[in-house]
Ligand binder design. Sequence first.
Ligand SMILES: Nc1ncnc2c1ncn2[C@@H]1O[C@H](COP(=O)(O)OP(=O)(O)OP(=O)(O)O)[C@@H](O)[C@H]1O
Length: 630
Amino acid sequence: MRRGRLSARLGLGFWLATGWILLVLLAALLADVLPLARYDETLAGPPRSGPSPAHPFGTDGLGRDVLSRVVHGARVSLGVGLGAVLLGLAIGAPLGLLAGYRRKAADAVIMALNDVAQAFPALVFALAVVAFAGANLRNVIIVLGVLGVPSWVRLVRGSTLTYAGREFVLAARVLGARDRRILWREVVPNVAVPASSYAFIGMAVVIVAEGSLAFLGLSVQAPTPTWGGLINEGRTIMEDAPNVVLAPSVVMFLTVLSFNLVGDRLRALTDVREIGLEPVRQAVAAVPAPTAPHPVRDCLLQAEDVRTHFVTPRGLVKAVDGVSFTLERGRTLAVVGESGSGKSMLIRSILGLLPGTAVRGGTVYLSGDDLTARSPAEMRSVLGPRLGTVFQDPMTALNPVRTIGAQVTEPLRVHLRMGRRQAREEAVRLLASVGIPDPARTLRRYPHQLSGGMRQRVTIAMALSCGPDVLFADEPTTALDVTIQDQVLRLLHRLREERDMAVVLVSHDLSVVARWADEVIVMYAGRVVERGPAAEVFGRPRMPYTEALLQAAPRLTDPAHHRLRVISGRPPDLADLPAGCAFRARCAYAGDRCATEPPPLTEVEGRAYACWHPLPSTETSLEGTHVDGR
Ligand SMILES: Nc1ncnc2c1ncn2[C@@H]1O[C@H](COP(=O)(O)OP(=O)(O)OP(=O)(O)O)[C@@H](O)[C@H]1O
């Protein structure tokens, strides 16, 4: 964001308010050296005099300079504000982080106590403590600081919940980062942004609260002047000398307004764009139903009867229900299907990164090693070094407040134990290998300074940093411009060849994957409904759903005004699947049997499809997409 645009977005009010705060702060800091009369000195002139060049705010009932008293009062107000905000932050932030990140029991206990604390009448508490312990600066700071804790807990917990569910946290997890590291490196820097804007609003709240206590005589005691105390003192002579009340009131009003305005503008500027990502927690290792042991095949990746179920108030949602496939080195498997068919959940099941409410079943073998038998801690040595992941939206997959260099070097330092310098050199090499011009300069930049295509190249470089055997690319081009999509897929293909990896490419757009996949599995309502070599599945679909997906895919040779055929009807409710074939209600070929018996996935000559009325095996090519040509 350029400076000019930032300044315009903040607005004139923000800059005026900042100027006022700086002025009050400077005046408070330099109160002793400013050419002002002493705040407690009775001057020779008449008391209660109005504003004059010598005393711009006039004098009070005892003939003391009001300006000097207001300036010294600023010390107390700002001092209490700063002290109380820092104290509230120091207690509230760790509790909020713990509740938002750990959730479950920690969240329940902390938030229950927080609700109780928030329900306690603040003024009664303040009056009681100050009256009992004594009205002095330290006690006022402690009371107001403690009273601010519940608000800090709520704010920090809310932000932590939001950021802990963002894709860059999932990306860090996929790269095998530990919880503590994720919290400090990924969550805390982002939570600090709304926290700093709230600190300004907190200052305004505390200044008003201190003013109220001072007005009641329960803040710092005379002779030290405070704004609330000055207003209280001037109350009785308001009719003769309104300046005595007006001066501290106006200064206090402008200061509170300025802190609120600055806090509010900062909040609006840094507001989190809700992207609607699911929370990511480790899967509960409970299996929906006992599964028979599967033969371990001699291949790189083997998924056997993978299931991901969610227990929801509406019933059991079978997001993934018995998916099996094998994948060899140097091959690309495309997982295709409409939105909500279970593609992402399948990938997350394989990686062992699922929402806390998910229940996982089935087995995943990586070179014969059972990944589902591993604990989350044991999975860390696999995520990153052996399984890499590229996500849909590179903007959310990268941490916005850390440089590209910090993010690309992190897996190298954590997993490969490289020193700072070596990791930097390797990062330059990695960025160059994914086609980023001037990689050394790119390392110093932030995600928002790069284009979408360049950002996705960075996430690909990160996923490849530890040399994984399998690269999962979950809709890697959906958030990108059409012209960039092909470049990114071409890059993935080149890297697969160079590194002899396997690639799992998830997409709902068949025309995107048709060109680059060797094998394809078509998913519908959490199940595989067709599987086989990409050229054959796309050339001669046997399952009517695959045919419908192909007809809904845009083709490069389509005339400009060609209308795409959409798949009629809606995907079924996963919590209430119909009897028989789940695609029946939307299928033009459905018969009686489809309504009663679910079609099994039948293997015929290297192809598999789940349909009672398969399409004839005649060629219906996907025009304009080159299934085999690269
Ligand atoms: N936390 C959750 N609780 C309950 N159900 C969920 C949860 N997360 C996902 N689901 C269910 O899982 C289904 C599959 O979701 P998934 O994200 O895998 O679909 P997808 O095929 O990847 O879709 P898209 O292309 O839109 O990303 C969804 O339709 C939804 O009903």
